[in-house]
Write a protein that binds this ligand. Sequence first.
Ligand code: FAD
Length: 406
Amino acid sequence: PPRIVIAGAGHAGGSAAAFLRQYGWKGSIVLVGEEPNAPYQRPPLSKAWLKGEATAESLALRPARFYAQQTIEMRLGTRVVRVDRAARRVTLSDGAVLGYDRLILALGARPRALPLPGAELAGVMALRGTADADALHAALGPGARLAVIGGGYIGLEVAASARALGAEALVIEREARVLARVAGHTLSAFLEAQHRARGVEILTGVEVAAIEGEGGAARAVLLADGTRIPCDTVLVGIGAVPNTELAEAAGLDCAGGVVVDLAARSSDPSIYAIGDCTQRPLPLYGRTGRLESVPNAIEQAKQAAADICGRAPPPPEVPWFWSDQFELRLQMAGLAFDVHEAVVRGDSGAPGFAVFHLDPEHRVLAVEAVNAPAEFMAGRMLVARQARVAPAILRDAAQPLRDLTA
Ligand code: FAD
């Protein structure tokens, strides 16, 4: 029977296997994953799981019996080490060779390494998988001193979780504000204030020079201006690098991710790529980009499965993302490229507001909502419709957004 091999058993790979069966693929499916775990969700690793509030079952993408029921063959703890496109087969780290009719690369991304002295010291950690989260959890507790390098979503979430565990937390950000790459000024300022109010120290506009150790273990972060920040655990959260090496070695087009189209097809018609490892079209914005989010992993898994099963491609979705910090639920939709004006609805000093990002013609490009699910839903709809809305209407919380999206 025809065989689909999926390289990478994360959120995208696991979802693709499930959609293939849902869409009627009768051939064999082999899911090859480097980690020992069946596919699981990473978002809780910096949130509920890190705080010790989630179970392994709640982390799993599907119940354990799902894969046997759906006759999805799992090869876990195994890497795909080579793709032979001419012969259409892959070689695994255990020496096995598998032929494929279609190959789906769902290789994910890995934490960017800190290119500084001391990065190898004990206590210096990154967060991607359950093993990382468990090590971090073990290090955090009352009296622990955590230094987070990088004020991105993962860094801020870990700082919030560390406070919940009773640890001290300090975030070091090179840019002038946290989330500089992924959020607008209003949201950055709000989050900095919220973190500080809960005892997280935040340093912005500072450069790390090295991590200092004692007996092989991290003891302080040294800043370029000479400041020494004592700590016992360092979380490096400075972004992720797509795992494209396998695709590059196979000669597939790669440009900051495996280049794919809206059916998740790579430059080889037999090979698809999905999730964090891809450089994908962003049709609403007329450009391409790499998205690191669960909704994107699921959307591209659907695209690949639909194409393989001969179905029409699913309609493109508005990129969206969420983050939980303290009791704050952040929800973002759309991408704030070339923003002309940011309009705040509500009071941006307290939870329960949204920021709408508009282009010069007042088209809604993106929305950021803090404990404001209705504004998030309305904003996402406005982005999808590329709707033009007068800023005065968005700004006026008395004007229902419902009427605009109906
Ligand atoms: P992954 O889930 O990383 O899976 C890729 C898998 O492929 C990995 O298991 C890897 O080991 C394996 N692999 C790599 N190379 C090979 C190979 N050669 N052979 C076999 N296997 C291989 N997103 C949100 O939307 N909201 C959130 O709140 C959120 N929070 C997050 C918090 C944390 C701590 C992290 C790390 C991520 C978070 N994300 C969040 C991002 C989200 O988890 C990712 O976008 C999603 O997991 C991407 O799925 P993926 O399958 O592309 O990659």
